[in-house]
Write a protein that binds this ligand. Structure first.
Ligand SMILES: [Mn+2]
Length: 317
């Protein structure tokens, strides 16, 4: 893999280190294992699922932009950082990308790491979840918490997966294998989801939380909802689709949200609550499309979200 990790150097003081100075290739894992639980970057450089969903392309370049944006973050003190390179599927075959990602995620989990998936179309969420389930103990309940303007439980187009289907796929797989479907969506935008989809998702057991819940007056009830969800799952795949944020904060996505949530203190408090639960098995940032971005602000927001999560992750995973 091409090593893209470079950035500022403020000298050898351990407290002055940044991601690019401490991150190591995944192949080096045996040498760092046993010291700190590693966070392992996996790129998902495809927008095939976005194009199949009639969205604006650009997310294929998301992983490179997110790696660059993360390079200068302060190095975490509680977790080692590794980069496993990119999961690669075949051309525009979305399912092959999802399977490649699932294999990479399962390998990282089996090695004791927490995958950090940098996307890439949101079809990655199914590969993220499937790999986590494969590596989890038999019977473990693996839930999904997704910050997103969209429910992403739409049905296939012409029998094929796309960026709007990942949680439909999670539900279908769960039903086929007799597993519970545990899905919480945070930040839903009514203008971007049909009543039929909202009804179908709710009937399947999805918990849909409107963007309006991200308000200081609603914090206590929102925390209650989240704590209740966390109490019924063993592990969580945490997903942040960057289109959950307002288009002003996050223009570089396929489908910007004019009324999306702000990356403000309420959002960060909710995010920290989830990260600190000790149940986060994997993290993903989806839909970063650098060619649609303005001055790199969306990639930088993605990096800031990652930093917020990593700082709050429980040390024992
Ligand atoms: Mn999405």
């Amino acid at each position: 893999m091409t090593w893209v990790w470079r950035g500022r150097d403020d000298g050898p003081d351990p407290a002055a280190q940044r991601w690019h100075q401490v991150i190591r290739p995944w192949e080096a894992a045996p040498r760092v294992r046993g010291r700190k639980c590693p966070i392992v970057v996996i790129g998902y450089p495809t927008d095939a699922g976005v194009r199949a969903n009639f969205g604006r392309p650009g997310a294929a370049d998301g992983p490179a932009a997110l790696r660059t944006a993360c390079a200068n973050l302060p190095a975490p003190t509680t977790h080692a950082l590794l980069d496993a390179g990119d999961a690669l599927g075949a051309g525009d075959d979305v399912e092959s990308w999802q399977q490649a990602l699932a294999a990479a995620v399962a390998a990282v989990r089996a090695g004791g790491g927490i995958p950090l998936i940098l996307g890439g179309g949101h079809d990655q969420a199914f590969g993220h979840w499937l790999g986590t389930v494969r590596a989890a103990a038999d019977g473990a309940v693996v839930g999904c918490i997704n910050f997103d303007a969209h429910i992403d439980m739409r049905e296939f187009h012409s029998g094929r997966a796309h960026s709007g289907t990942p949680y439909f796929q999670v539900n279908a797989w769960s039903a086929a294998h007799g597993r519970p479907f545990k899905y919480m969506l945070l930040g839903m935008q009514p203008p971007h989801n049909t009543p039929a989809l909202i009804h179908a998702a709710s009937a399947a057991g999805a918990q849909l939380v409107d963007a309006d819940a991200f308000h200081p007056n609603q914090e206590a009830s929102l925390l209650q909802l989240i704590d209740r969800f966390l109490s019924v799952v063993d592990l969580v795949c945490l997903s942040i689709d960057l289109d959950v944020f307002s288009a002003a904060a996050s223009p570089g996505v396929s489908a910007p949200s004019p009324m999306g949530i702000a990356p403000d203190a309420t959002f960060r408090m909710i995010l920290r609550r989830i990260a600190a639960s000790g149940k986060v098995a994997g993290i993903e940032v989806a839909e970063c499309a650098p060619t649609l971005d303005i001055g790199g602000r969306t990639a930088r927001l993605g990096a800031a979200v990652i930093d917020t999560i990593v700082r709050s992750l429980a040390v024992q995973q």
